[in-house]
Write a protein that binds this ligand. Structure first.
Ligand SMILES: [Ca+2]
Length: 249
């Protein structure tokens, strides 16, 4: 791993590949294959990749944007990190240069925003689908499991135990809390945490981490409104690089 990656919080999670299989049989749900169907056995189901780990296993060793297929065969373009910690990670959040505004409303976080070329949030509905049957993993801060509920449950964070990570467990405090944005206060504080700390997160009363906070480029005087990970560099240091990613078990 590069130093910059080591210096940034990387939330990682994973889910069993088996749980990503479609409810119906592949013959009723023929996801497009990557590349040509094998001519010799055209009748054999040849499902498309369901995760970045699938793609890695099929020989895609370079990081980049690929199309994967969710459980209902819905295609989704995702950034696959094929390099960090063995590769096969699906990245759903990236901060790297402050070029994209992350202080956005519920609708924006629901559908996703940003640029494939730089910073982005993949969208809460997509993140929910990716983690629907989530179980754990690794990175800068590693968790045994990671799941984001659907919108009906306000994208609640369901986190497994903290496994390891030099940055410490700054996401644990947000476990079992709803997602909040500046226009939807679902936190347990009498104030509006998203407005107070200028982000969008699974705020409680309010946070120990704020990876969708303002891009403040390192040390900052303001309190807890940057890309903070309190158990590492506290509430007055904003990380310059942040990635959140999941990988199947
Ligand atoms: Ca509140």
């Amino acid at each position: 791993m590069s130093l910059s990656r080591l210096q940034s919080p990387i939330l990682s999670a994973q889910k069993p590949v088996a749980l990503l299989l479609p409810a119906r049989s592949p013959s009723h749900c023929p996801c497009p294959a990557q590349g040509p169907r094998p001519a010799a056995i055209p009748w054999v189901p040849f499902p498309g990749p369901r995760t970045c780990k699938d793609l890695l296993d099929r020989g895609h060793f370079l990081s980049g944007w690929y199309t994967i297929y969710l459980t209902n065969c819905q295609p989704l373009a995702v950034l696959c990190d094929m390099d960090t910690d063995g590769g096969g990670w699906t990245v759903f959040q990236r901060r790297m240069d402050g070029s994209v505004d992350f202080y956005r409303d519920w609708a924006a976080y629901k559908q996703g925003f940003g640029s494939r070329l730089g910073e982005f949030w993949l969208g809460n509905d997509n993140i929910h689908a990716l983690t629907a049957q989530g179980r754990a993993t690794a990175g800068f801060a590693k968790y045994r499991s990671f799941k984001v509920a659907g919108e009906a449950e306000k994208y609640k964070l369901v986190l497994g135990g903290f496994v390891e990570g030099s940055a410490g467990n700054a996401l644990g405090a947000q476990n079992n809390h709803f997602f909040s944005t500046k226009d939807q206060d679902n936190d347990v504080s009498s104030s509006n945490c998203a407005v107070k700390f200028q982000g969008a997160w699974w705020y409680a009363d309010c946070h120990a981490s704020n990876l969708n906070g303002l891009y403040l480029r390192g040390p900052h005087e303001s309190y807890a409104n940057g890309i903070n990970w309190s158990t590492a560099k506290g509430y007055n240091y904003s990380y310059k690089v942040s990635e959140m990613k999941v990988r199947p078990a």
